[in-house]
Design a binder for this molecule. Structure first.
Ligand code: ARG
Ligand code: ZN
Length: 462
């Protein structure tokens, strides 16, 4: 509080724009206050990363970031765990920096001008360590017996690269990943080249649509590729651990049909490619909708069946293409992906099986005190966010009818494509498309202490 007044006084005395922030201030997310950084908008991350040793996970890297300041900046911050930095330049001039507690403060030789693209080059080397996420535990850069992988939500990328680590600052990515032979490096999007140099191979991956940083995937392992084709020739490229490829392949068989069905319901699939990446490390006890290439732990694949595959696929529309504006909006990801499971069950198994699933979601919602519209940071991924979030959508569908409901989903996916949305944005689209007032419905399902009855949304307890 006092610091705010001092800063304000200094700014007023100097008559400068209020560009200076206290060290490590975040982008302004109430639930995760230190996440991300204000003052600029990253356009593109270009990472040139060499993994010198797969067993230790030691790397050297050159990160080139194109960013546009939203105001004049004397300095700015990136999120970056404590890997040793060799040098930083901004617009080809050496820049001063200060690296503390996962925040990297950069002071360019000249202040950055608002709205003029600046290019930041950061050279670093070291051995990344995992980060701890409030709900999921260990995440980010992880080495294990079968290689190295990166996964986590809300934090992961900052374990191995400097990044504005909040979904509100989406950007495109190019990763050139150099690994010793015979390892394979997998990431988001399209593999644009594979170049051998001596005993190493460089895999270059391009994610051409804006992506939130927690959706970065990077995996080094021994993979067997399983190709499928989706609607309009969409390439589906699955990376399955070679030793288990034969047994895993059948689990992904429905993906082309799922993409076709969800494209009808939600609008066109938003990226250039899709596919799965399977990780055999037991710490990967969940699945994650890493953009265009969802990551699955082995355990969740066995227990989740088609539903977990439908869930991560649906996130490509809801979570990845349309990302949360703040982490408190997480039901816009998880409630929607859970409801896509309901829709897939209905499509493949009929209404009776669907209703049984809705009853199950209802029971877990009633057992929880978590409100899907306002979770705490430790409850971001608790059952009620998923299950009561999904029931919220079923309630909306019951209220407005099928035709209007899917029109709402398509309008929302289209309007916020490659961007961000908050809960209020979704409610506004629902009201606009339906021409109805829906506050009461959303208040009751997202924010009410009492869970409304299932009968009130057309599902009878049997
Ligand atoms: N976004 C991920 C998903 O739902 C989060 C996974 C959370 N997993 C967990 N076990 N809590 O696909
Ligand atoms: Zn999910």
């Amino acid at each position: 509080m006092r610091r705010v007044w001092v800063v304000l006084a200094l700014v007023m005395l100097a008559g400068l724009p209020a560009a200076a922030q206290p060290f490590g201030e975040g982008i302004g997310d109430a639930l995760v206050p230190l996440a991300g950084n204000p003052g600029y908008d990253v356009q593109h991350y270009d990472l040139d990363l060499t993994v010198a040793s797969i067993s230790t996970g030691s790397i050297r890297a050159v990160m080139t970031i194109d960013l546009i300041p939203t105001s004049n900046l004397s300095h700015f911050f990136l999120d970056f765990e404590m890997l040793p930095i060799a040098s930083i330049s901004v617009d080809a001039q050496p820049a001063a920096f200060h690296h503390l507690d996962g925040e990297l403060e950069i002071t360019p030789a000249q202040p950055l001008q608002a709205n003029e693209t600046a290019t930041v080059v950061i050279r670093y080397a070291g051995t990344p360590e995992p980060v701890i996420n409030p709900a999921l535990g260990e995440g980010g850069w992880q080495t294990y017996r079968e290689g190295i992988y990166v996964a986590g939500e809300p934090f992961s990328a900052s374990s191995f690269m400097p990044v504005n680590d909040h979904p509100r600052d989406k950007a495109t990515y190019t990763f050139a990943l150099t690994v010793p032979e015979p390892w394979t490096a997998v990431s988001n999007g399209v593999l644009t080249s594979t170049v051998e140099q001596g005993k190493a191979v460089t895999y270059t991956w391009d994610m051409a649509q804006p992506m939130a940083s927690y959706l970065v995937t990077l995996s080094i392992g021994h993979y067997s590729i399983y190709q499928q084709t989706g609607p309009d020739g969409l390439p589906i490229v699955n990376y399955l651990p070679s030793s288990r490829a034969r047994e895993l392949r059948p689990r992904f068989q429905s993906q082309p049909n799922m993409i076709a069905y969800f494209s009808e319901l939600f609008g066109p699939y938003p990226f250039d490619t899709y596919g799965a990446l399977v990780i055999t490390d037991s710490r990967m006890h969940y699945a994650l909708e890493t953009q265009s290439r969802s990551t699955f732990g082995l355990g969740i694949l066995s227990s989740g069946g088609d539903l977990v595959i439908a869930h991560e696929l649906a996130h490509q529309w809801f979570g990845d293409s349309v990302s949360v504006n703040s982490w408190g909006d997480i039901w816009l990801n998880e409630g929607f992906a859970r409801y896509a499971e309901v829709l897939w069950l209905e499509h493949t198994r009929g209404d009776r099986v669907r209703d049984n699933y809705l009853r199950q979601l209802y029971r877990t919602s009633r057992r929880s005190a978590v409100l899907p519209g306002s979770p705490s940071v430790n409850n971001l991924f608790s059952g009620a966010v998923y299950d009561r979030g999904a029931l919220t959508l079923h309630a909306l569908r019951h209220e407005v009818g099928d035709e209007t409901f899917f029109e709402i989903l398509r309008t929302y996916a289209d309007r916020f494509r490659y961007g961000n949305a908050a809960t209020a944005d979704f409610i506004a689209v629902a009201e606009e498309v339906s021409g109805m007032t829906l506050d009461d419905l959303f208040d009751a399902w997202l924010f009410g202490e009492e869970v409304p009855t299932l009968q009130s949304i057309g599902v009878w307890l049997n």
